[in-house]
Ligand binder design. Structure first.
Ligand SMILES: [Cu+2]
Length: 164
């Protein structure tokens, strides 16, 4: 509960400072929107590459966010060289009822920074989530984020691994 309280306090500070953060419980400048109109830290979603795509679907008779594991390579070596380019996630609900996408820092994470991105997708709907690199720096001391449907506890989620 301590971490939640800190997060709330932080949100209050951000709101008080006139931050443009849309959702109270998320760190920094995460933005959720459509490909055509969305932007994050001043960069249009449609000018960015999609890093990872998640789809709510039925897998073996169970509703799940697929794939069950995502890997986000942020290292500067190799093909990386992304500089400060924000991360862009594409989430699609391919099912015929509303489902949620909740991306949050693993419970082992400590410190005052928290990430708790939540959105609800209508049947067939696609949304994009833009995450500034700086947000990932602060919230993922364990380099693991969890994702799940927060509307239905039985729905299978997954883990997003961040490689640095
Ligand atoms: Cu669900």
């Amino acid at each position: 509960m301590h971490r939640v309280l800190l997060s709330v306090l932080l949100s209050a500070v951000l709101v008080g400072a006139g931050s443009s953060a849309v959702f109270a419980l998320q760190a920094g400048g995460v933005e959720i929107g459509d490909l055509e109109t969305g932007s994050v830290v001043g960069q249009a979603f449609n000018a960015l590459d999609v890093d990872l795509e998640f789809t709510a679907m039925e897998v073996g008779g169970k509703k799940a966010w697929y794939p069950p594991t995502g890997v986000l390579p942020l290292s500067r070596e190799g093909t990386g060289a992304r500089g400060g380019r924000p991360v862009l996630l594409k989430v699609t609900n391919s099912l015929d009822k509303e489902h949620g996408f909740n991306l949050s820092a693993a419970s082992s994470q400590s410190g005052p920074w928290s990430m708790d991105i939540k959105l609800v997708l209508k049947p067939g709907e696609t949304k994009y989530i833009g995450i500034p690199i700086s947000d990932l720096t602060y919230v993922t001391s364990s380099n693991v984020l969890n994702y799940k449907c927060h509307l239905h506890a039985a729905h299978l989620g997954g883990q997003l691994l961040i490689l640095r």
